[in-house]
Every structure is written in structure tokens, then in C-alpha cells.
Design a protein around this ligand. Structure first.
Ligand code: KL2
Length: 428
């Protein structure tokens, strides 16, 4: 079965109006919501994706216009507005002729119990089942597909918040994967949205490589949106990245309540460390920068702490991981010119910040008592809609324009899924 996925940040009208300087290059008519709405719906209709992940969907526009129009086009939708005062949010829609819903989890990243997660971004994690219809009968069903849609924090300086928001998404996806495993099924993955982070920088690397060493990393570098290295003061990342009360391990998995208590040795939710524990912070490698004019006192100022001790490593793992197999549909380079693809453009930036990540197809063998089993899982990427270069977009007058109604382009990918691969370990 083939299916298509679209990820599209449609530019909330309230955000457009809050930052008019970003759109000063645009003729006023292309900024008009009623005009933009028609082209947005045309763009969706043109590709008619089986799965549609939207960001910056303004609540009133969703209820009054977009949801009715999408329902008319055969979509079932879930909407999650941001917490706080901003009026937009994410919407995940699927064509009910191609998928049926197993579960939907809206996620809020704002956690009042932590000083870290103080921003009002959200995400939606849906578990869907592919269905192949013949007329009104179900001809076949496929392995579950987890579709995660998010819009991470914009603030380029607060990379630590972006990572923690991402960790919540990854933990929720992992929970969906585990729930499928418990039923004896492999779950395919789609993670898409606006990550406010550019390709190959640390946040992106964490998603695609499954690990990130972050100790001492300047917070602005996480997303790579801007180069803030000239700043005199920059905050850096130190272990632990997020407090244990978040209930998420450094493997980006939910911990049981018991683990949460164990990892701090006391009541969850309180950051109370022992004197012994705090003493170890003196030996944090990134803080141990030797001042140039430090007077040499033999045995005192030439002494280096040993940071390789076992307890140090155990308490601070300095690396975050995840166990999901994710690859980007787009490779961020344009095929002919070799120049960078952009997914968003306005008067201040042109960059790739939107992505569709997916679990790629893997075939492996397992040798069990009964013989050789071929285990197939993952999605085969069979096509994607081209992105454009910054130059080409500026030659069209920048974004939004009369062809592209948002300051982002839509991303579209086509996948093939093996409907017989629903259960692992089958003999073929
Ligand atoms: O980068 V975006 O645009 O994905 O296209 O995500 C955020 C920004 C969106 C939601 O917060 O609003 C935009 N300067 C420029 N753009 C901003 C700013 C800002 N200070 N704050 C929010 N956005």
C-alpha cells in the first residue's frame, strides 16, 4: 500500500500580524487570510495527502474554516492548541479511506514543575492503522503507523528547551512502539513538523543518529538557527539536561515512577542533592577552563581533577540517546544546483527547519529453532515533492506570494508499506 504524508506550517494569521516587519516585502493582498486560506486548501487538495500534519493552525480558523473544509475532503482531524496566550496549534489529519485510528495523544510541553520547560509548545502523537478498501469493504490492513506532529520552540538561544521538548515527543513515540510490541506488532514511524532547527546541527543529529553528546554545548548551537558565538555570555548545556521529575530517562523513554525516585534517591519533583553530589559539579569538564593568568602553585593550581571516576559517569551520562530508527526524507541539498533547500523564508531568514522523518525499511533475518525468519519492517520512501532554493523563492517575491500562501513550503513524501509485515517473526 502506498500513502502520502504532508507536513506544512501554514503561518498563523495572528503571528503574521504580530511580526509585520517579517513580511514587509509582500503585497498586502497575499497576506490577507481569506486569500491565503483558498491557496492553502488548493495546495492540500492538489496533493491530497493521506496524512496531513499542520502547524501554526489558528484555533478560530481551524474550527470555522479549515476543519469543515478538510472534513468535506474526507479527512478526520485532531487539533491541539498551544497552551498559554498564543492562538495557534498543530493539527493531524488522515484520510479515513486510508487509515483508521488506534489512539491519539495530544502533548503539552509546558511543565510548571520545572524551570526548564517554561514554553507553551505542543505536539500530537497518533497511532493509525493502514486500511486498504475495496468498495466499502476492508480488503487488508497493515502494521500500525505512529504519526508524530510538532512545532518546537522558536527561540534560537534556548536549545536546551528544544531538546527537552523533543525528548517528550520521542518518549511518547516510544510508548506507542512499546504498546504495539506488546500486541506482537512492529510499528512504523513518521515524525514531522517544524523543529526550528537546521540540518546536521545537534538537535537534528540526535533525531537521525540516535545520540547526542551535549556536555558544555552552547545552548544556541543546538538548533543552529543563528550563529551567536560572538556573544560574550552564552548559556551552556550540562548534565542532567532535564530534571528526573519529568519522568523521562536519558534514553528518551518514560521511566516508571519507581525509576524516577531511584534516580534521585528522594521525592520526585524536588531537586535536592546531597553535599557529596554537589561536590562532583566542581569537576564538570566544561566548567574547568583554566584562566590564562592563573598563578602556578605546585600541587594546587596545576592539579587536574579526575573526571573519569565511575560515580561521576553514573550520575551524569552527558549523552542522550533514543532507540527509534529515523531518517529524513529530504537530504537538504537541491539535486541540480547542489545548493541548500529551504523550507521557510521571510525577511530575516531562509532555512530548512521543517522535516519529515520516517523509519526506513530494514530486512533482517532471525535464526530461530524452526528455521530462518525474515523480519521486514519500516517504510520504503518512493518519492518526495521538491523544495526550492532561497534564490528561486526571492525571484518570486519571497514568501508568502501568490503561489505559496505561507512563509513555509509544504513537504510531501510518498511511502510504501508492506501490508503483510504486520507481525514480526513470520516465515516467508
Ligand atoms: O520559525 V517559525 O516562526 O517555525 O516559521 O516558529 C515561530 C516563528 C512561530 C511560533 O512561535 O512564530 C514565529 N522573530 C521571528 N519569528 C518569531 C518570533 C520572533 N521573535 N517569535 C515567534 N516567531
Amino acid at each position: 500500500m502506498d500513502f502520502t504524508v504532508m507536513s506544512y506550517n501554514i503561518l498563523a494569521q495572528d503571528l503574521l500580524e504580530a511580526h509585520p516587519e517579517l513580511y514587509a516585502h509582500c503585497p498586502p493582498e497575499v497576506l490577507d487570510w481569506n486569500y491565503r486560506r483558498h491557496i492553502l486548501l488548493e495546495e492540500i487538495l492538489k496533493w491530497t495527502p493521506d496524512i496531513l500534519c499542520l502547524q501554526e493552525v489558528q484555533e478560530n480558523h481551524y474550527h470555522e474554516q479549515l476543519h469543515p473544509a478538510l472534513s468535506e475532503m474526507g479527512y478526520k482531524c485532531v487539533y491541539k492548541r498551544r497552551t498559554g496566550t498564543k492562538t495557534d496549534g498543530c493539527a493531524t489529519c488522515y484520510r479515513s479511506s486510508s487509515f483508521s485510528e488506534i489512539s491519539v495523544t495530544p502533548l503539552e510541553f509546558f511543565r510548571p514543575e520545572t524551570t526548564l520547560l517554561d514554553r507553551h509548545n505542543v505536539g500530537i502523537v497518533s497511532l493509525l492503522r493502514p486500511v486498504l478498501m475495496r468498495g466499502s469493504d476492508v480488503k487488508a490492513t497493515g502494521p500500525p503507523l505512529c504519526v508524530a506532529n510538532t512545532h518546537l520552540l522558536f527561540n534560537p538561544r534556548r536549545g536546551e528547551v528544544k531538546l527537552a521538548q523533543l525528548a517528550i515527543m520521542l518518549a511518547e513515540i516510544d510508548r506507542a512502539v512499546q504498546s504495539c510490541k506488546a500486541e506482537g506488532e512492529n510499528c512504523n514511524l513518521i515524525l514531522c513538523g517544524d523543529f526550528n532547527s537546521v540540518p546536521h546541527m545537534p538537535l537534528y543529529q540526535l533525531i537521525t543518529s540516535g545520540k547526542l553528546y551535549f556536555q558544555g554545548l552552547p545552548a544556541w548551537m543546538v538548533s543552529g538557527q543563528d550563529d551567536l558565538s560572538h556573544r560574550a555570555h552564552c548559556s551552556r548545556l550540562f548534565s542532567p539536561l532535564w530534571p528526573a521529575c519529568l519522568g523521562i530517562s536519558d534514553d528518551c523513554q518514560y521511566m516508571s515512577r519507581q525509576d524516577t525516585r531511584k534516580s534521585h534517591g528522594q521525592k520526585a519533583g524536588k531537586r535536592r542533592y546531597s553535599h557529596e553530589f554537589l561536590l562532583q559539579l566542581r569537576f564538570c569538564p566544561a566548567t574547568f577552563v583554566r584562566p590564562l593568568d592563573l598563578e602556578l602553585i605546585p600541587g594546587v593550581t596545576d592539579n587536574r581533577p579526575d573526571t573519569s571516576t565511575e560515580t561521576y559517569d553514573k550520575r551524569f551520562r552527558q549523552t542522550i540517546h533514543h532507540r527509534l530508527d529515523l531518517e529524513s526524507v529530504y537530504k537538504h541539498i537541491l539535486p541540480v544546483s547542489g545548493g541548500p533547500e529551504v523550507t521557510t523564508l521571510h525577511s530575516e531568514v531562509g532555512a530548512a527547519v521543517d522535516y519529515i522523518f520516517y523509519s526506513p525499511r530494514r530486512v533482517f533475518t532471525s535464526h530461530q529453532k524452526t528455521g530462518v525468519h525474515y523480519v521486514r519492517e519500516g517504510l520504503t520512501l518512493i518519492g518526495s515533492l521538491s523544495l526550492l532554493s532561497e534564490d528561486v523563492l526571492w525571484s518570486m517575491g519571497g514568501l508568502p506570494n501568490n503561489k505559496f500562501p505561507s512563509d513555509h513550503l509544504s513537504l510531501v513524501a510518498k511511502f510504501r508499506v508492506d501490508l503483510n509485515a504486520a507481525r514480526p517473526g513470520q516465515l516467508r
